[in-house]
Structures are given as structure tokens and as C-alpha cells.
Write a protein that binds this ligand. Sequence first.
Ligand SMILES: [Zn+2]
Length: 412
Amino acid sequence: MISKEQIIKRFISYVTIDTESDPNSNTTPSTKKQWNLANKLAEELKTIGMQDVCIDENAYVMATLPANVEHKVPTIGFIAHFDTSPDFTGSNVKPQIHKNYLGSDILLNKEEQIVLSPDYFEDLRLYIGQTLITTDGTTLLGADDKAGICEIMSAMEYLIQNPDIKHGKIRVGFTPDEEIGRGAHKFDVEKFGADWAYTMDGSQIGELEYENFNAAAAIVKIKGKIVHPGYAKGKMVNSMYIATEFINSLPKMETPEHTEDNQGFFHLCSVKGAVDETTLEYIIRDHDKKHFEARKEVMLNLTNELNSQYGSEIIITQIKDQYYNMREKIEPVMHIVDIAEEAMIQVGVKPIIKAIRGGTDGSQLSYMGLPCPNIFAGGHNFHGRYEYVPVESMIKATEVICKIAELTAIKT
Ligand SMILES: [Zn+2]
């Protein structure tokens, strides 16, 4: 079906274009260079024969593959993002291809002695005998999420070239700025016009996710009183000591480094302090909505307690919700997960269904009216120099997309 050479060539044509996003920019896309890939993708969609290819003023790319059946079938969508993480440089990516991986160390960079080792990254052993694409150790790879784009593009091309595979209307969406949390912000759900969609933005082959964190950010501002230290008795209030009290009053084991699976946490991201004022930045995460709300309460109650203990409003805590667990929006339409699961089984992929310890664009889209589970794109070790992707996983993801299209036309 889809050849390795085709996939590799297409993938490399994407990752060699720098599309790093920038959280400090207010424009969309956050960096001008994202246009380079966005424009290329729009052209390519036209070349492979997609209809209604459109790129809007914010660089969102959309296109249609019309139905090739008479009966009414729901419109489904496939979405991936073309920016890469600002956590690590994405300029001058030089992908390295390792055919027939033997399970040993991969020397990414001889000069700097950078090694990708299965002793540290055990998942590598899952791919013995396969073709791996890695970095040269100096950049990230960008399989997150250019593998997803490559798979969607390849699947659409395959369906166009094989009209004997019957499917309903399919919409494709490529978005900027996912890595800075804004991929869904300017996504026009109405214009996209799908009944549901899938982001192709998961990691390991088989991943299928419809549950993510509920997320909030908290800023705790503590006011002190600065007085000359020699004459401070009874007068100085050192905001850093009160901050320490605050920090130590939260449950010590409920932090990222002590939790896994479905356990939530408080994460202290930064402390900026002087005697006069200290600011703490936290994020709060929990899959369970009730526990999530309770965590926010804990912080607010602690604020009130310390304020009454010190006799004035010295602490101000502001909490802002960031995104919610998409499970609530997916459960009423569980057949969209079932179709994806069955598609995987039919193409010989073992589904791995688990809760994401983070968010996806799909969670925001689900709350914007487009239910949107997440499917593996195949890569590992995102956002850094050890990122890699097995070509065989990309081919399987491409097959999963085609199969979902086919099953949707049969089952609904
Ligand atoms: Zn991603």
C-alpha cells in the first residue's frame, strides 16, 4: 500500500522547514516562518487532488475530500499542527535515517558524542528491525506533529488514488501554535463543519486518548513590609517566609514528581521573591472534575487562613481555568472512539487507551463543539534532541486514518 520511501520523503520535506512557535508573540501564527510550511501544505493538498483548499489569515489550512458514496454519512475530520515546540531549537533539522534498527545505541552526533540509547529510552526496543528517523543530536525532529501531517496527507492521497475504498466527506485541518497552547484558539469549528474529528498528535503506536487533565493556573501574590533590618523588630513582614509557609502547607506528595496515571497535582512553577513581595506561580491538574474543583478550594482556603492568621489581606490568589477534560464531551458520542479502536484492530495495531497527563488541541476543540479524540502519530521523546519516529508507525497511522474513513461510511 503506502511505500516507506514516499512517507520518508514527505516527512523530511516537512521537518526540514523550521516552524518553531513563540509564546512571547501575540500574532497568529506566533512566528512568520510557520507560513512557509502552511503555504507548502496548501499547495500540496491541491496537488494531490483535495477540494476547497483554503488558508486563512491566521495560517489555518483546511481542505475537503468529497464523499464517494450516495448515502448520508457523517463528516469526519483529521487535524494536526505544523509548529514545533519552543523548548528546543527546530532550525536546521538534519534527519538521520537508520534502516533495520538492531536494538543498539545510535550515535546521533559524533563530534558531541550524543547517543540515543535503548538502555535509557527502553521504547527503542519495540522497533527492532524497523526504520527509525532521528535527529543529528543538535535539534528536535518535529515528528510532533509533522508525522501527523504526513500521515493525514498520505492517507488523503491514498484514498484519492483508490476510489474503490468508500468513504463519506472528510475534512482536513492543519493548525499553527499548538505547542504554545493556542492551536485551537482561532480554529473555525463552524467552517470546518465536521461532526467529529481526530487529532493525529499522540506518541507511541496504538495510543488512543479521549481523556486529559482539567487544568488551571494560579498566581499567589504575597505582600510583605520592608523596613531597615536594624530597626525591624515588630515591623518587618518578610513575604518570602510567608511564601514558604504557603508552599509547605500544600500536600507534599501531590506534585508532578510523585504522581502518575490518574493522580492529580499542584505544581509550583516559579518563585520570585524579595522581602517586600513574593509571587508564586502554580499549575493545578486533575482528570477528575470534582477533585480539580477541590484543589482550587484548597488553595483559596489556605489563602484565607493565612490572611486571618496575619490579620490582613496580605495574600491574593488568582486562579484561572485553562482547559478541561474532554471525556465529558466524548462520552455522549463514544462511537467515535469505538470506530478508531476498531480501525486500529483491523489494520493490526493494538489499541493503547489511556488518559493524557496534559492537554491537546482536541480537548479545547471538544469544548468548542467538535468532539476530538487523539490518535498516535508514532513519535517518541518529543520536544528535544532524542526525538525519533519509526517509519512503520507512520505507515500504520496512515492506514488507521483510511480505515476510520471506511468504517464511518459502513457503520453510520
Ligand atoms: Zn503535538
